[in-house]
Design a protein around this ligand. Structure first.
Ligand code: HEM
Length: 480
C-alpha cells in the first residue's frame, strides 16, 4: 500500500516535471508563425494580463495586433477572431476548417466527449445534432412555451407587486421548456430536483472557465477540485431526473424525444453514436444550453425594461392594441414590431458581455489571412467585437430598440446580427430561444408593470459585467 502510494507520487512528480518542461519549451518556441499577440510569461502565458476587464483587454489587443491575434493561455495558444468579416470568413466560408471544438478540462469532465456542444466536428456530432434538432422542432413548441409562460405569470402574480428576485423562476421556466420538449415533463417552481440541478449547473459555470483549463498545475487547486465535485453531482442529478422516464420506456410507444432516442438505441444496440451515455449527455447539453442562455437573456430583458420605463410603456401600448382581439402567439410578431425589436436590442446589447465568446477549434492545419494556425488550436470567436462595433451599431452602448426597425415600421435584422453564432456550429436552439424570449417578454409586460423597488434601485447597466447582477423587481399586476 505504502509502496503503491510512493510509486504514484513519483509518477505524478515525473509527469509534472515533464509538463513543466513542455510548457517552457512551447513558450520559448511557439509551434508555428501564429498570429501576433502579447508574448506572456512562462507557464501562465498572457492570463495575468487579462485583468478584470477581459473584454476591454481583448479590444485593446485587437487594436494593437489586428483582428486576428493570438495569446497564450497557460502554454496553450488561443487565436482570437474579431469583427464580422473575419468571423464570417472563418465560420461560414471556411466552416469545415473552423468548426471543431477545443479540448477543455472542465467541459470534458462533464461531457466526456459526448453530447452535441462539446463534441468535435465529425460524423458523431453530425448524427447527434441532426437527430436531436429534427425531433425538437417537431414538438408543439408553441403550446409548450405558451403553457410555461402562463405558469410563470401565475406564479409572479402571487407576489402581489411586492419585490422578488426573478432569477430562479426564470431558470425553472426555461428548463421546463427543455424538459417538456425532451420528455414531456414540467416541474413545479419549487421542485427540489430541478432546483438542485440548475443551481449545480450555475455554480459549475462560474468555475468552468478557470485557469485549470489551461495550466496543468492549477488542476490541483481547490477550484478544480470543487469543479470536479460539482460535475459528479450534476451527472447524478440528471440521471435521477431522467431515470423514471427511461424506466417507463415502452418500445411500442413514442411519447417524446427520449422514447425516439431509445428506439434508435434498440435498433443498433452496439452503436458508438447512439447509446445511453450519449443520450444522457444530449439531455444535459439541451437543458444546460437551453436553460442558462435563455435565463440570462430573460434577466437582461427584465433589467432593461425596468430601467427604461419609456421603452416598457411603448411595448405595453403596442401589446394592448394587438392583444385586445387576439390571444398572444409567436405568429403575431409582424403586428408587434416594437416588442420584437426590444427583445433583439436586449440580445444585441448583452451577447458580447461574456468575454471568451464561442469556443471553436481548427480541424486541420489552416492558413488564414496570412497566418498558419495548426490543427486543434483553440479559436475564440469574439462576439463582443461585432456587437460593440460603432460602424455597425452607432453608439453601441446605448439601448435603442429602434435600431431594429425599418422606416416602414417592420423589423429589420442585419446580417451582422449573429448572437446565435454562424455556420455549422451555430446555436441548435435558436428557433426555440427566439420564440421563448418573445413570448415571455410579451406576456410578462402585458400582465405586469415592471419596476425596481423604491428602496433598491436597479443596477447600472453600463457597467462591464459578464452576467446579469442579482436584483429584485416588482411586478405590479396591470389588471385585478
Ligand atoms: C438566448 C438564448 C440563446 C443564445 C444567446 C444562444 C447562443 C448560442 C451560441 C452563441 C452558440 C455557439 C455558437 C458557436 O459555437 O459558434 C450556441 C450553441 C448551441 N446552443 Fe444555443 N443559445 C441560446 C439558447 C439555446 C437553446 C434554447 C438551446 C436548446 C436546444 C440551445 C442549444 C445549443 C446547442 C446544442 C449548441 C451547440 C451547437 C453545436 O455545437 O453544434 N441554445 N448557442
Amino acid at each position: 500500500m505504502y509502496l503503491t502510494k510512493q510509486f504514484r507520487c513519483v509518477t505524478v512528480t515525473r509527469r509534472n516535471m515533464l509538463n513543466f518542461i513542455w510548457d517552457t519549451w512551447r513558450w520559448m518556441f511557439p509551434p508555428s508563425p501564429l498570429p501576433p499577440g502579447p508574448r506572456g510569461l512562462p507557464v501562465v502565458g498572457a492570463l495575468p494580463y487579462l485583468g478584470s476587464d477581459v473584454t476591454g483587454t481583448l479590444e485593446t489587443w485587437a487594436r494593437e495586433y489586428g483582428p486576428v491575434f493570438s495569446a497564450n493561455f497557460g502554454s496553450r495558444p488561443v487565436v482570437f477572431l474579431n469583427g464580422f468579416d473575419v468571423i464570417k470568413e472563418a465560420l461560414v466560408t471556411r466552416r469545415s476548417e473552423f468548426s471543431g471544438r477545443p479540448y477543455l478540462y472542465s467541459i470534458h469532465r462533464v461531457f466526456k466527449g459526448k453530447g452535441i456542444h462539446s463534441v468535435d466536428y465529425g460524423p458523431c456530432w453530425r448524427h447527434q445534432r441532426q437527430f436531436t434538432e429534427k425531433l425538437m422542432y417537431e414538438e408543439n413548441l408553441e403550446s409548450i412555451i405558451q403553457r410555461e409562460s402562463r405558469h410563470l405569470s401565475d406564479r409572479i402574480q402571487t407576489f402581489g407587486g411586492r419585490p422578488f428576485d426573478p432569477a430562479k423562476l426564470m431558470n425553472v421556466a426555461a428548463a421546463n421548456i427543455m424538459c417538456s420538449v425532451l420528455f414531456g415533463e414540467r416541474y413545479d417552481f419549487d421542485n427540489e430536483d430541478i432546483q438542485r440541478l440548475l443551481s449545480l449547473i450555475s455554480d459549475a459555470l462560474k468555475l468552468a472557465n478557470g485557469a485549470f483549463n489551461f495550466i496543468w498545475i492549477a488542476r490541483f487547486f481547490p477550484s478544480a477540485r470543487r469543479f470536479d465535485a460539482l460535475a459528479d453531482e450534476i451527472l447524478k442529478t440528471v440521471e435521477k431526473i431522467v431515470k423514471p422516464q427511461l424506466d417507463s420506456y415502452d418500445p411500442t410507444k413514442t411519447r417524446h424525444f427520449l422514447d425516439a432516442y431509445m428506439h434508435k438505441i434498440h435498433q443498433s444496440p452496439h452503436s458508438d453514436t447512439f447509446n445511453t451515455d450519449q443520450l444522457m449527455s444530449v439531455v444535459l447539453d439541451v437543458i444546460l444550453a437551453g436553460s442558462q442562455n435563455a435565463t440570462t437573456m430573460m434577466k437582461w430583458c427584465l433589467l432593461y425594461l425596468a430601467t427604461h420605463q419609456d421603452v416598457q410603456t411603448t411595448v405595453y401600448s403596442e401589446l394592448q392594441q394587438v392583444l385586445e382581439n387576439n390571444p398572444l402567439s409567436y405568429n403575431l410578431r409582424p403586428q408587434l414590431p416594437y416588442t420584437e425589436a426590444t427583445v433583439l436590442e436586449v440580445i444585441r446589447r448583452n451577447t458580447g458581455r461574456f468575454p471568451l465568446g464561442a469556443s471553436h477549434a481548427t480541424t486541420c492545419d489552416v492558413t488564414f489571412r496570412g497566418y498558419v494556425i495548426p490543427k486543434s488550436t483553440y479559436v475564440s470567436v469574439n462576439l463582443n467585437s461585432v456587437f460593440m462595433d460603432e460602424k455597425l451599431w452607432p453608439e453601441p452602448m446605448k439601448f435603442r430598440p429602434q435600431r431594429f426597425l425599418a422606416e416602414s415600421g417592420e423589423v429589420k435584422e442585419p446580417e451582422y446580427f449573429m448572437p446565435f453564432g454562424l455556420g455549422d456550429r451555430s446555436c441548435m436552439g435558436e428557433g426555440i430561444a427566439r420564440r421563448e424570449l418573445f413570448t415571455f417578454v410579451a406576456s410578462l409586460v402585458n400582465a405586469f408593470h415592471w419596476k425596481f423597488p423604491e428602496e433598491k434601485p436597479g443596477p447600472n447597466l453600463q457597467e462591464k459585467v459578464y452576467a446579469p447582477p442579482q436584483f429584485e423587481v416588482c411586478a405590479v399586476p396591470r389588471r385585478q
